[in-house]
Design a protein. Structure first.
Length: 336
């Protein structure tokens, strides 16, 4: 039974941390190395880490000044000694058999990396709505050549949340998270890892609970969002190049990335935490539109499977009517 290192970056999550740690220490897969990285928490998270360390000898705790999630994960990677390495967010939950079932699959397939789906639990006003996310259309082992066909069938739609992956230590030995990226840093890391892999296992297991709460990064304006997407797109292109896609196939997949990324930027500019003026928001969009080459990629973009709202939003973007999305989107987000 090979050891798994599970790295948990922690920052001011005291109300949710005990439930997360309980879900990890009670995994049916017992050969765990649990690395908790307290990234300068100012609440009681650091004390909770130390309390759990006295209860479970598999737990190691690192305390450091607040430097961000990437630096925290890198500190965990420097310490990790497991044959397999995975990550968890400190306010998420793992169902008891998640790691056991995933390790059984990755060892049976003898693959470099395993991917699994997740349950997205969105909390609002004390109530939760749950949905299954990232379920692969294929379950089992894929070679590098088969991965190319899978990516094309998925139109490049690949979940890049790092908590959905279990890596062999050898695969990511020379990889680290970029501390300069406050958003989508895990997407860059995952793409770099996938570019190095030669065999992959896709699992429909959704026993990881990804909790989204008001005030989380998903609901905060990210000033460096364009820079983060720039790095994400670059690593995505490198991954696709490693699969030897044709130029046409590359354009079709990258069109989804650029257009969806631009739409995400529009959404972020509408968030209540974004206090920029309307003029400044419009300037950012115009600059990003040019950099993301939206007018070029819109000819490759496919909307057939999108919902009505997505189609309407994309139509306005393609027609250069983002200003209406900003005006109405800002009002909508304030009501929400």
């Amino acid at each position: 039974m090979e050891k798994i290192s599970i790295i948990v970056p922690i920052y001011n999550v005291a109300p949710y941390l005990p439930a997360c740690l309980d879900s990890i220490i009670h995994q049916t897969y017992l050969n765990l190395e649990i690395i908790l990285v307290d990234d300068g928490s100012t609440d009681s998270s650091n004390k909770i880490c130390e309390q759990y360390k006295t209860v479970d000898p598999r737990i190691q705790v690192i305390h450091q000044k607040n430097q961000g999630v990437s630096t925290a994960r890198n500190a965990g990677l420097a310490l990790a000694a497991g044959h397999y390495i995975t990550f968890a967010d400190a306010d998420d939950l793992l169902e008891p058999s998640l790691l056991a079932e995933c390790i059984k699959a990755i060892e049976t397939g003898q693959t470099d990396v395993l991917y699994h789906g997740f349950k997205k639990d969105v909390w609002k006003s004390g109530k939760v709505s749950s949905s299954l996310k990232g379920i692969p259309s294929f379950e089992g082992v894929l070679s590098e050549n088969q991965m190319k066909d899978y990516i094309l069938a998925q139109k490049g739609n690949l979940n890049v949340n790092v908590f959905s992956y279990i890596f062999t230590r050898e695969l990511i030995a020379d990889l680290r998270f970029n501390p300069d990226l406050p958003y989508a840093e895990d997407a860059v890391f995952v793409m770099q890892a996938l570019s190095k892999a030669q065999t992959y296992y896709f699992s429909a297991n959704c026993d990881y609970h990804y909790n989204v709460r008001a005030g989380s990064a998903a609901y905060r304006w990210q000033p460096k969002l364009v820079e983060c997407y720039r790095n994400n797109f670059m690593e995505t292109r490198h991954f696709l190049e490693s699969l030897e896609l044709t130029s046409r196939e590359m354009e079709e997949i990258m069109s989804q990335k650029y257009v969806d990324g631009y739409a995400s930027l529009v959404y972020n500019l509408c968030l209540p935490t974004c206090t920029l003026s309307l003029k400044e928001k419009y300037r950012i969009l115009q600059s990003a539109r040019t950099e993301f080459r939206i007018d070029h990629y819109k000819r490759f973009y496919r909307l057939k499977e999108a919902g009505l709202f997505q189609k309407a939003k994309t139509f306005l973007i393609f027609r250069h009517f983002e200003i209406f999305l900003i005006l109405f989107g800002t009002l909508y987000c304030k009501k929400g």
